[in-house]
Design a binder for this molecule. Structure first.
Ligand code: AMP
Ligand code: TRP
Length: 327
């Protein structure tokens, strides 16, 4: 069975971009693949986190995975920091195959280190893509389902795997990326030129999975639209295209059918319909998430860490032998 691995940072509430870009694919892949889904807390601390909030977010993201349809009986769910091999393999890759030249090309570091440049950014933020490569390579991953912003990091992973294999002999699988065609880049509701993001300055940028019906309605009403009044799916209307994509992915209706449903109607009707589609998706999800206890989550994570730990340990033995450590 082919293997898949992916993860989300526990750095805040999940939003529709996380679900439509990544987690929706995970749910459909878990029957076909030997699947591992991680809560990547070591990645989250590359920018500062409040310890109490971090602890809460780790539990809440795990609950969200389960409530969105990741079945712990089919897929392994665990917290990255519970398996020390991630940080260890990251160091080994840092020294053996990751080059400053590769790392300086990473656009996410440039974006995240912000206007002040890299002066005050953590060294961890710079090294973040190598830790991500370690996550993926530890589990002999064939396919990595992520949103478009992570493609460059998976490409780096492929480069590091090939380089390691060339120097030390066949060790790592070179993984492929998997994108969701329409969901790979969900754009901000307040600005269709930027991706939907937890770290956006305005809450009108995103819809979180915990937003109430009232808030969803308010945010959709305020969402920017394009000039003209017809509901058409076109690259010339990027704001509307984004909203139609969200509509389509959550309702499983084709974009053609959505266009047809709104012939002769305007943005007001369309936005009412979109609000209903989002609320109809979020309401059962929120009921489910609220029914999962912290104890249940801790049980799932304990089992997950043990299983992942064993797999990772085996891989680390192989890597250490290849590098020349006495094992
Ligand atoms: P993060 O919240 O950065 O940990 O991202 C978790 C997953 O969600 C990754 O696979 C991202 O590529 C994906 N993702 C985040 N934001 C978006 C977005 N606006 N559109 C599509 N995918 C996204
Ligand atoms: N860097 C990814 C993000 O922010 C999260 C991540 C960490 C990940 N390790 C991973 C995704 C391994 C896929 C595979 O979205």
């Amino acid at each position: 069975m082919k293997k898949t691995f992916s993860g989300v940072q526990p750095s805040g509430e999940l939003h529709l971009g996380n679900y439509l870009g990544a987690i929706k694919n995970w749910v459909s892949m878990q029957d076909e693949y030997d699947a591992t889904f991680c809560i990547v807390d070591l990645h989250a601390i590359t920018v500062s986190q409040n310890p109490e909030e971090l602890r809460r977010h780790i539990l809440d993201v795990t609950k969200a995975y389960i409530a969105l349809g990741i079945d712990p009986d089919k897929s392994n769910i665990f917290v990255q920091s519970d398996v020390s091999a991630h940080a260890e393999l990251c160091w080994l890759l840092n020294c053996t195959v990751a080059r400053m030249g590769d790392m300086e090309k990473m656009t996410q570091f440039k974006d995240k280190s912000g206007k002040d440049g890299s002066e005050r950014a953590s060294v961890g933020l710079f090294d973040y893509p190598v830790l991500m490569a370690a996550d993926i390579l530890l589990y002999d991953t064939d396919v990595v389902p992520v949103g478009e912003d992570q493609v460059q990091h998976v490409e780096l992973t492929r480069t590091l795997a090939r380089r390691f294999n060339k120097i030390f002999g066949d060790t790592f699988i070179v993984p492929d990326v998997k994108l969701n065609k329409e969901g790979k880049r969900v754009m901000g509701l307040d600005d269709p030129t930027k991706k939907m993001s937890k770290s956006a300055t305005s809450e009108y940028n995103y819809i979180t999975l915990m937003d109430s019906a009232d808030i969803v309605s308010k945010k959709i009403r305020k969402a920017v639209t394009d000039s003209g009044s017809e509901i058409v799916y076109s690259d010339d209307k990027p704001a509307l295209k984004n909203l139609i994509n969200i509509y389509s992915l959550l309702s499983n209706k084709s974009t053609d059918d959505i266009e047809n449903d709104y012939v002769g109607k305007g943005y007001g009707d369309f936005k009412d319909g979109l609000t209903d589609v989002i609320v109809n998706f979020l309401t059962p999800f929120q009921e489910k998430i609220n029914s999962i206890s912290d104890d249940k989550v801790k049980e799932v994570l304990n089992e997950g860490a043990q299983k992942a730990g064993k797999q990772a340990e085996q891989k680390m033995q192989e890597v250490k032998e290849k590098i020349g450590f006495v094992v």
